[in-house]
Design a protein around this ligand. Sequence first.
Ligand code: RAM
Length: 345
Amino acid sequence: MKLFKPSRLVAVALVAFAVAVTAGAAIAGTFSGSIKSGLTVYAIPKDTINPYEVIADNGIKSALSSVGGSVTVSSGTVDTAAAQEPSIQAAEQAHANAIIIAGNDPAALCPDLAQAQSAGTDVVSFDSDVTCANHLFINQANTQQIGESEVQLLGKEIGYKGQIAILSAESTATNQNSWIKYMKIELKQAKYKNMKLVKIVYGNDEPTTSKTVLLGLLSAYPDLRGIISPTTVGIQTAAQYLDTHKSLLKHITLTGLGLPSQMRPYVEDGTVKAFELWDPANLGYLAGYAAASLASGMPLKAGETFKAGKLGSYTILPPSDGTGLSVVLGPPTVFNKANIKKFNF
Ligand code: RAM
């Protein structure tokens, strides 16, 4: 299959968006209805333990409390669809106005979500999308940009040379797999001809599993030059290991997506030079406002604009490249020694 260059993909997406917005201009607009008070929302993160998810849940709570609503956080302790199903069922039984879910699987949750929807519950996905009908995805940042920039960050640091690997989260996570897809596309460019992706390992967003698969990687690929870990749990685990095995730093460079609060010691002592992320609290907050707006009558339509409290206004984007209707929080921040002190999430 012929692959489009990323720049071409962006151009195609922008044209599609312009056409869709123009076409929808007569029907979509600014949601001016007021948010209903007393809304009840179920926040269903990937799990209830991962600090990243906890920060995002707090963002959801902050949004709902500022519009007079309430949030029940419910999920499993492992990142599987099966662990999330009881929470969706609980939301349905409680007649929640909306569910905000980070999908551990793209399709497995759809039957339960459809049942909740037919009982009147609106569905918003965030962090990791689901492929189910009639929902809005709150994306942390442009998916393509995240994938490309991760490879660019690593490429620059290792001189575009050597074997590289990815330490991911769950093999079924939509967000991880979408980012990895764009990493692979980026790696096809000529400047990466001497950089080879040799392996993807999955740590399931558990520190212990992440460490086990990291050790497997290091012993199977002694010449490994770089690791991208697009998960806050994976990158922290890897940074911790490299920090206590400093001889590995002579040939291994680590980057990925991490929480600045967790990564600061490793950046300050030089174990990690640069990595990225967005503010997970803002992601949850935006998802909270999107859910509250939908539950208050905002049409689920491309071009529709809604207010997200302190974050300002956001517009629903049309479907593009396998993602349905979505809203993008904004570009990620690259953290390094110069700026990491300024971020406390
Ligand atoms: C982990 C999770 C989450 C992802 C972040 C970057 O905490 O996998 O889904 O968005 O990392």
